[in-house]
Design a protein around this ligand. Structure first.
Ligand SMILES: Nc1ncnc2c1ncn2[C@@H]1O[C@H](COP(=O)(O)OP(=O)(O)O)[C@@H](O)[C@H]1O
Length: 214
């Protein structure tokens, strides 16, 4: 099973991917995570991408597609892929089709998480993660049970993404509307788009996705 999770920043793609990985042993291919790892490791790609990401703009189609290609090449063909944050442009959608063919895969579903923009800004500016295990939290929606201590691993180190400020979030939303939303009709004509209400609770969204995946 290979699926794309599509939706604006903050729609819950990362949260749902994490759950699908645990529940079904699928593999999350998040270009955002790959780019942040490259920035941290100060690779040539990371150095080039950092300023673009900090502005909330899109990194080049070639760079992200190469990252996806390398991950698919290293994966067991039997393991399902969740594309999270990729493709984000018409060109990336075409490149993904070519990559799937190259790696003997096909696309089962494009799951679109629908959300309200003002809620997204609140979600994103309030979110943070454990610096040790990556568990995701939110200031008001799901803070750690003991303030300052990670529920999952007990670490007391937390971090926020540098691009999770209101100004950058607005740019990321514009990029989504202008460049990413237009890839949906192509998938719609293939009959593989399924819509889920991303404003529902995490568990309700999870149940809706499970129903689609069967
Ligand atoms: N497929 C992609 N194409 C171009 N840029 C990307 C892509 N994936 C991630 N990026 C870059 O990384 C940033 C963070 O992406 P991501 O982690 O998916 O966050 P979000 O969906 O919350 O905006 C984006 O704003 C963009 O600069």
């Amino acid at each position: 099973m290979n699926i794309i999770l599509l939706g604006p920043p903050g729609a819950g793609k990362g949260t749902q991917s994490g759950r699908l990985v645990e529940q079904y042993g699928m593999r999350q291919l998040s270009t955002g995570d790959m780019l942040r790892a490259a920035v941290k490791a100060q690779t040539p790609v990371g150095i080039k991408a950092k300023a673009v990401m900090d502005r909330g703009e899109l990194v080049s189609d070639e760079i992200v597609s190469e990252l996806i290609d390398a991950e698919l090449a290293a994966m067991d063909p039997a393991t399902g892929a969740i594309f999270d944050g990729y493709p984000r442009t018409e060109m990336q959608a075409q490149m993904l089709d070519a990559l799937l063919t190259k790696h003997g895969r096909s696309l089962d579903y494009v799951i679109e998480l629908g959300v309200d923009e003002d809620a997204l800004v609140e979600r994103i500016t309030g979110r943070f993660s454990c610096g040790n295990c990556g568990a995701l939290y939110h200031d008001t929606a799901n803070p750690p049970a003991t303030p300052g201590v990670c529920d999952a691993c007990g670490s007391t180190e937390f971090k926020r993404r540098p691009d999770d400020n209101e100004e950058t979030v607005r740019t990321r939303m514009q990029e989504y509307r202008a460049k990413t939303a237009p890839i949906l009709p192509g998938y719609e004509s293939r009959g593989i788009v399924r819509r889920v209400d991303g404003m529902a609770s995490i568990d309700e969204v999870a149940a809706a996705i499970d129903a689609i995946l069967g």
